[in-house]
Design a protein around this ligand. Structure first.
Ligand code: F42
Length: 148
């Protein structure tokens, strides 16, 4: 597997606690964003500077077996760090949506494809629309496809 190495948990306590609970229970607990009831996945990337393994919960935006990874960071002015990890190493990524992680390849969506996935993302998690209004940056959307 391409994603071997030392795991460095998130410095954010609620994020690392969610990852720990999700993984320990095979995705049967810790699988929603707080009390919203909306489902999350856990995305694993390789740190683009440290080379360490990073785990990031994101909202579950799925369509026909593919996933959108929305780099919203709550409408913050800058991209989350994991955005750069995905750009640097798009083949060293896994998604856990349930009991086991799957290896995926990611690519950043552009133009019409991004528009289609953005609509799906807002349907899955309506606050993304407000996050886009809060920030001048265009929120990046990656598409993750399972590797066979
Ligand atoms: N964030 C989103 O952007 N979109 C979502 O849909 C989303 C949903 C969600 C659901 C549940 C939940 O618990 C959290 C959710 N989040 C969502 C928040 C998300 O999990 C991340 O916490 C958030 O996007 C911020 O990502 P980040 O990568 O900027 O995380 C920071 C806090 C972080 O971990 N930074 C590390 C650190 O030590 O400061 C660095 C991690 C890293 O990858 N470092 C790289 C390396 O080489 O190791 C490079 C460092 C560099 O300087 O470039």
């Amino acid at each position: 597997m391409s994603l071997e190495g030392r795991y460095e948990p998130s410095p954010s306590e609620w994020v690392r606690d969610q990852v720990e609970l999700y993984e320990r229970t095979g995705g049967t607990e810790g699988n929603t964003l707080r009390d919203t009831g909306l489902p999350v996945i856990v995305v694993t990337t390789r740190g683009n500077k440290s080379g360490m393994i990073r785990k990031t919960p994101l909202m579950r935006v799925e369509h026909d077996g593919e996933y959108a990874l929305v780099a919203s960071q709550g409408g913050a002015p800058t991209h989350p760090v994991w955005y750069y990890n995905l750009l640097a190493d798009p083949d060293s990524v896994t998604i856990q949506d349930g009991p086991e992680p799957s290896e995926v390849t990611v690519r950043e969506a552009e133009d019409e494809e991004r528009a289609v996935w953005w609509t799906r993302a807002v349907e899955a998690f309506p606050p993304y629309a407000q996050y886009q209004l809060k920030t001048d940056r265009r929120i990046p959307v990656f598409i993750a496809t399972k590797r066979s």
